[in-house]
Design a binder for this molecule. Structure first.
Ligand code: VGL
Ligand code: ZN
Length: 214
């Protein structure tokens, strides 16, 4: 038997048009996502909403590193005795804890109140980048999402939200690596880079990692 969780990733003001790090057309998914949450045929056992939740001096901010926005960065591992590095991108300041930009979009926040679903924060340790809602990029610091899904005996994870090519993708890949059946519902996501070449690369990365894009 499958026990289904819907993970609604980072539908926050800063990722919407007019926000600090807008995902093009991100606002278009808000009403569809609410309908999906409320669809009785889906039989969601749990719905979880995630928030990117950064301190003001987060390591992923261009301002923190005194570099131009969207420039590349090489992160050093936070794991003791690990000398590995990872390539990343420096972002405009976004989703700073407790600011307007970090709040869930109004209609999503209303829905959260209405159904009383779990909110999982990520990105709150200043010295490391996070894309997956399960952990930092080093898979070292784990968020509450891990124990929450375990304790509710979830088998299948469906991921929607923003941005398809960052947090949605990495959350779904983490879920697959942790042994869940992992799906992304494409119509309920939008990407930062949505040109055909980027989409093809994304599709390949997902299938290599056992994530189904529906
Ligand atoms: C995200 C870039 C930086 C996301 C978060 O939620 O996709 N993207 N922080
Ligand atoms: Zn972020």
């Amino acid at each position: 038997m499958s026990v289904k969780a819907l993970i609604v990733v980072d539908i926050q003001n800063d990722f919407l048009p007019g926000g600090a790090l807008p995902v093009p057309h991100g606002d278009e998914i808000i009403e569809p996502v609410i309908k999906l949450i409320e669809d009785p045929e889906q039989k969601w056992h749990r719905v979880i909403m995630t928030r990117d939740w950064h301190p003001y001096d987060h390591i992923s901010f261009a301002k923190t590193q005194k570099k131009p926005e969207f420039s590349p960065v090489t992160y050093k591992s936070v794991i003791p005795n690990d000398n590995s590095t990872k390539e990343g991108t420096l972002w405009p300041v976004h989703c700073v804890q407790e600011t307007h930009g970090s709040q869930l979009a109004d209609a999503i926040a209303e829905e959260q109140q209405k159904i009383g679903c779990k909110i999982v924060n990520k990105g709150y340790l200043s010295d490391r980048e996070y894309y997956s809602a399960f952990s930092d990029i080093w898979n070292y610091h784990r968020t509450e999402l891990n124990s929450y899904l375990d304790s509710h005996h979830i088998t299948d994870v469906y991921v929607v939200g923003l941005a398809l090519d960052y947090c949605v993708k990495h959350t779904a890949i983490s879920a697959a690596k942790r042994g869940y059946n992992a799906y992304i519902l494409k119509d309920y996501t939008r990407a930062i880079h949505s040109d055909p070449e980027s989409m093809q690369k994304l599709q390949n990365e997902l299938s290599e990692n056992g994530v189904t894009l529906i």
